[in-house]
Design a protein around this ligand. Structure first.
Ligand code: ADP
Length: 162
């Protein structure tokens, strides 16, 4: 039987414990999980694509059946290229819903086989956003309880706080 593959795309600027919570849930359901880090140039990420890949890859090293890739083009092209069964997205509060609905329906227009599965994180991660982590870091606050260790190490290395 063909292995079931899930693709979890996002900007991951940077990866947080909320993302990891979703990856853990997905890897219990699918044989392979591909965490796909999008260039997302329009979002002006703080971290480069290579930096986001490096810390996500290090953070996911101990997860069985999980790998990281980067991509620059359309998600539907990545979906086809990797022969993926479903795309995974995380749903936090209701505020995520409208954006996710728009993206899903548009992707389905581009590729009729495109299917998305939405997963909800544990409630402790419902209000965890990568943008909040960056803001706290920038202002000198502690981020340890929100991100895996490689994120803190990466931010300290690339954006040292004085
Ligand atoms: P994007 O630019 O694609 O929204 P993100 O890295 O912000 O990239 O998010 C990638 C996916 O992970 C999205 O589906 C988002 O809803 C989900 N996500 C982000 N943070 C969390 C979290 N704390 N808990 C659960 N899902 C999350």
């Amino acid at each position: 039987m063909k292995e079931k593959i899930a693709l979890y795309p996002g900007t991951f600027d940077p990866i947080t414990n909320g993302h990891l919570d979703i990856v853990k849930r997905v890897s219990r359901i699918f044989d392979r999980v591909i965490v796909a880090i999008a260039e997302s140039a329009h979002k002006n990420p703080l971290l480069s694509l290579e930096q986001r890949y490096e810390i996500a890859d290090r953070s996911l090293r101990d997860f069985d059946g999980v790998e990281c890739i980067t991509f620059k083009g359309l998600l539907v092209d990545e979906f086809k290229k990797n022969r993926v069964d479903v795309v995974i997205r995380g749903l936090r509060a209701i505020s995520d819903f409208e954006y996710e609905l728009m993206i899903t329906l548009m992707n389905r227009k581009l590729e009729p086989d495109f299917e998305t599965v939405f997963l909800m994180p544990s409630e402790e991660y419902i209000y965890l956003h990568s943008s909040l982590v960056k803001e706290i870091y920038r202002m000198g606050g502690r981020i340890d309880c929100h991100v895996p260790k490689p994120v803190k190490e990466g931010l300290n290395k690339w954006f040292p706080r004085t």
